[in-house]
Design a protein around this ligand. Structure first.
Ligand SMILES: N=CN[C@@H](CCC(=O)O)C(=O)O
Ligand SMILES: [Zn+2]
Length: 433
């Protein structure tokens, strides 16, 4: 390997949590409990942004003796984890919903706020009238905030338009952020996020099938838009199982990955539907049944759990332990949206541990390799392995678990965030523990 091909050396870390080291595309059961961790370790990233070597510091030092690096970071006393993957966000929107937080604290349920014209409908009205430029600006600042919290790959949904023009505007906004920021983005068309005012569910479904999806298909084919996934909010009073099935199948026929909201507020048998359709992921699952869990395990459909939602809405959290015991591929997401205003995957991991009884290794696996699997990116993301993209988070602590343990402490703990071997965030105001 020529010396000039190397971009970054991170040396002498107290620990590097690889997460996995055998090319696994996801982890389940015991695999999530016993993550691959190397003590006193270094990692090398090349100019192509890929990981060239990772292992014990002395081995890497002799292997790369005399090599020149564009950048060398001394991680003595610090730990390295893979860039975090946030498997579920709604980050494109306008309008402030802080008043709804007050309503919910006073006892209103999510659906009561929604049915009173608030919730998604409030955000739809503001997002429809917002300029594309303003939406790009707010999206970029939200994604930068996520990056500072260690997120290097994030799923971003449309879904606050509910009609052709605004849904496409949102997807273009996501595309624009993809082109101008280093963070990896998986784009999701979520035109079935709610039934728009003035339409029935049947009319909304028809509009999606005959107007929205065909236009999106044309834009994807012409290279004007990149869309990776299709989503529907399958919920009582929103889209029923039949409509959800039809919309998701139409998206799949266009080559999109199925990744949808299911079994959140009512048991809808969404998990069984997703398994039957070959869904890559289903989110929420607070109300999933035992049969649904078994179907997801069998179909290798990832469960994207969203602790912030259960926390904010005071829902009974999803039965994560039952899912883990059944061998479901469990992933985590922030669910960043105006209802759940959280950009921090370290806080999500902490909540998952406390509220859903995940162990810290399970939470890290769920926020790295399994979240990457839910986005069909685990070939390139989600672990620190040779050949994968060089996305890292360097944590100023002697053990990686501090990133989960110190609730809300990520701003002080995260020293560097690295994407493709480039430092995208450096915190030089960090204090020692
Ligand atoms: N449940 C549906 N969608 C979002 C909430 C969106 C909103 O309230 O604006 C969620 O995943 O939590
Ligand atoms: Zn959501």
């Amino acid at each position: 390997m020529s010396a000039s091909s190397l971009r970054l050396l991170v040396k002498n870390a107290a620990q590097i949590a690889l997460v996995c080291n055998n090319g696994e595309q996801y982890l389940t059961k015991d695999g999530m409990q016993s993550l691959a961790v190397v003590e006193n370790a270094s990692v090398v990233i090349g100019h192509d942004g890929r990981i060239k070597a990772v292992g014990p510091a002395d081995v890497i030092a002799s292997q790369f003796k005399g090599a020149k690096f564009d950048n060398v970071l001394d991680a003595s006393g610090m730990c390295v984890v893979p860039g975090l993957v946030d498997a579920h966000t709604h980050p494109v929107w306008a309008g402030d919903r802080v008043h709804e937080f007050a309503m919910k604290l006073a006892g209103a349920t999510y659906m009561e706020v929604h049915e009173a014209g608030g919730g998604i409908h409030f955000t739809v009205a503001h997002t429809r009238s917002a300029s594309e430029q303003d939406l790009v600006k707010s999206l970029k600042s939200r994604l930068e905030r996520m990056m500072r919290a260690g997120t290097t790959m994030v799923e971003c949904k449309s879904g606050y338009g509910l009609e052709l023009d605004t849904e496409i505007k949102m997807l273009r906004v996501i595309d624009s952020a993809r082109k101008s920021l280093p963070v990896g983005i998986s784009a999701t068309y979520c035109g079935a996020h709610a039934v728009p005012r003035g339409k029935t569910m049947e009319q909304a479904t028809e509009d999606i099938l005959t107007i929205q999806l065909p236009k999106i298909k044309t834009l994807i084919t012409s290279g004007d838009l990149q869309v990776d996934n299709i989503d529907v909010f399958c919920e009582k009073g929103v889209f029923n199982v039949e409509s959800t099935h039809t919309i998701l199948q139409a998206g799949k026929d266009m080559g999109l990955n199925i990744n949808f909201h299911g079994d959140e507020l009512h048991p809808m048998n969404s998990a069984q539907l997703g398994a039957e359709l070959g869904a890559l992921a289903i989110s929420h699952l607070e109300e999933v049944t035992d049969d649904g869990i078994a179907a997801m395990a069998q179909a290798k459909t990832a469960a994207v759990l969203l602790p912030t939602t259960a926390y904010i809405l005071r829902l009974t959290p999803p039965r994560a332990r039952n899912m883990l015991d059944a061998g479901v591929i469990v992933a985590l997401g922030s669910d960043f949206n105006p209802n759940a205003y959280c950009c921090s995957m370290p806080m999500v991991m902490h909540l998952a541990c406390v509220m859903m009884k995940l162990s810290m290794p399970e939470a890290l696996a769920a926020s790295t390799i399994n979240a990457a699997y839910a986005l069909n990116r685990s070939q390139t993301h989600g672990s620190i392995e040779v050949g994968k993209q060089g996305d890292l988070v360097i944590v100023n602590a002697p053990r990686w678990e501090h990133l989960v343990y110190q609730f809300g402490g990520h701003q002080e703990l995260i020293r560097y965030v690295i994407i493709r071997g480039e430092v995208v965030y450096e915190n030089d105001k960090i204090l020692s523990l």
